[in-house]
Design a protein around this ligand. Structure first.
Ligand SMILES: Nc1nc2c(ncn2[C@@H]2O[C@H](COP(=O)(O)OP(=O)(O)OP(=O)(O)O)[C@@H](O)[C@H]2O)c(=O)[nH]1
Length: 315
């Protein structure tokens, strides 16, 4: 959806829309996998709209989170980490990043405070040249993890990479500089009418959020290549009026090989049971009713390398 499409959406009744100097725009956070982009998106929006994980490259879609303030609105487009593609999925993820970059008002380049700036960061910094229209903000994430002098050193190091509009240290988990970041971003946006209604915090559908929460649960405790092999599809979902309106959700967890199936299911199904419990809790938190979740694990052989299967799984 382009910015033009969005202005056709119903405008919120909120008075903020008519505030003088109201600004709105699109920002994307880029950075190596695992630097905290998704966590930052959730922290700024104030609700979990993007799953997070300590496994690198778990973000697969461009998801919009929306931050509302009286003086403006920030639409966050979350991107997968930029990396050198090894599979068709990897290539598609990079294509998503490129699309997003060419279409935003601000790019936030994220580097964690607790890791040195390396070749991966420099590669991504070069990618920012593909967004000549965008203002560039550098963020030192996870800034609470190291002493202040080290944060300062990292800030100076980043400064040498390019001419930034803003450089700011933040911590999503300790709520450091999040509101100042929001205000800096709004200040960089063009004057604009409100783009989304007040009560909207994401464009993701309920069913997309549910399948991501299941994927997040399935990612807990798996290692190596397996995280990238997991995909989730909702097969059926209905509210049972005979059971107090309880929502029944049937989903398939796809892996690429028979051997991975066993890992997900665990001994006597113990692991899958945990995945189900964890996901049920997370889904209940975003639902207006009780939820019953049924999971099946299936093999979609080498789906990451197969265009037809990628399409079927929604990539
Ligand atoms: N200590 C600390 N940890 C953080 C902070 N922000 C994120 N993390 C952790 O860093 C890990 C990666 O966070 P994500 O938000 O998933 O990282 P990402 O950059 O979106 O990763 P990809 O989806 O792989 O691109 C998770 O374990 C987070 O809990 C922070 O401010 N402080």
């Amino acid at each position: 959806m382009s910015i033009d499409d969005l202005t056709d959406q119903p405008q919120g009744e909120d008075e903020s829309a008519s505030e003088p100097n109201y600004r709105a725009g699109f920002v994307t956070f880029v950075g190596r996998p695992n630097v905290g982009k998704s966590t930052l998106t959730n922290a700024l929006v104030g609700e979990k709209i993007v799953i997070t994980s300590d496994k690198p490259q778990t973000t697969r879609r461009a998801i919009r989170g929306i931050v509302h303030r009286p003086n403006g609105q920030i639409i966050i487009v979350d991107t997968p980490g930029i990396h050198r593609p090894r599979t068709l999925l990897g290539q598609r993820l990079n294509d998503i990043v490129e699309d997003v970059l060419s279409d935003v008002d601000v790019v936030g380049f994220c580097v964690p405070a607790n890791e040195p700036i390396g070749p991966g960061d420099r590669l991504i910094n070069e990618w920012l040249d593909r967004a000549p229209q965008a203002k560039k903000v550098a963020l030192v994430t996870k800034c609470e993890t190291v002493p202040k002098p080290e944060v300062a050193k990292q800030l100076m190091e980043i400064e040498t990479l390019r001419d930034w509009d803003v450089i700011i240290p933040v911590s999503s988990t300790e709520d450091i500089n999040l509101e100042p970041l929001i205000q800096e971003l709004i200040a960089l946006f063009p004057e604009s009418p409100q783009l989304y209604p007040d009560d909207m915090i994401t464009e993701e559908t309920y069913s997309q959020r549910v399948s991501e929460l299941i994927r997040e649960s399935a990612l807990h405790g798996v290692h190596d290549e397996l995280p990238h092999s997991i995909a989730v599809m909702i097969e059926d979902m209905f509210d049972d009026e005979d059971d107090d309106g309880k929502r029944h959700i049937y989903a398939n967890i796809y892996v690429e090989r028979e051997s991975q199936k066993g890992i997900i299911i665990g001994k006597n199904g113990a692991r899958l049971k945990n995945v189900r419990q964890f996901a049920t809790k997370a889904i209940t938190a975003i639902s207006d009713r009780r939820v019953s979740l049924t999971l099946h694990v299936k093999v979609a052989k080498d789906w990451q390398r197969d265009a037809k299967q990628l399409g079927r799984l929604g990539f």
